[in-house]
Design a protein around this ligand. Sequence first.
Ligand SMILES: C[S@@+](CC[C@H](N)C(=O)[O-])C[C@H]1O[C@@H](n2cnc3c(N)ncnc32)[C@H](O)[C@@H]1O
Length: 224
Amino acid sequence: MPSHLPDSGFHYAAPFYDKLAKLVYGSALQQAQLALFPFLPQQGRVLIIGGGSGWILEQLTHTGKKLDILYLDAAPAMLKLAQAKYKKLHQQHNCSVAFRLGTEQKIESQEQFDVIITPFLLDLFPPQRLHQLMSKLKHALPPDGLWLVADFWPVLQHPPLWQRALVWAMYTFFGAISSVQAKQLPDYAFHFKKLNLTEKYSRSFYGGMVQAKVFVNCPQNPYI
Ligand SMILES: C[S@@+](CC[C@H](N)C(=O)[O-])C[C@H]1O[C@@H](n2cnc3c(N)ncnc32)[C@H](O)[C@@H]1O
């Protein structure tokens, strides 16, 4: 792993990550991300952070929407795959994409996005680090901006054994090969609530183990 680059542990997983995800989850992880597309504006600035090998970019170009996308990923090999995939697109589209290597720390303090997409990113971090990352992202979201999430987020408070076993297997495997720091799924709802983000849509996939959710950045209530 390029040890000087923070959170770049997926660098070596890049060549097989998509195949492995498909083998285990079929198309569920992609379906969860596609379910979020109707919430994208016809035109706007979008941040995709942790998009991985870039599958999502090709899909976005099919929407016909005029999106100005910042594609930010911490793993050099993932970003390279995404860039190559994007370069190979032949059909006409209205999106423009800027690729940036790094973590949320690479978002400039004045940068703002109408929509932020975190596809299977938030599950990687232990609580304190997650709060730090989410606070930084919230700072880049204007009032009424949307945050689109797809993640391993069990619907049930006490998920069935097969889901718990799968979660354990993922953290054990990616903890070892990608230095994922988290050991269990975060309390996402707590973190979104803490940042005053309000849920406006939710749909579940893969027997309730995966959810796609849309949050809106509520303007601060001046009376609180
Ligand atoms: C589990 S993979 C998900 C990839 C893709 N979204 C998908 O669903 O196939 C997580 C991705 O987030 C990236 N990542 C991890 N930490 C990050 C951070 N702090 N900032 C930006 N990207 C990060 C990894 O390099 C990896 O590409």
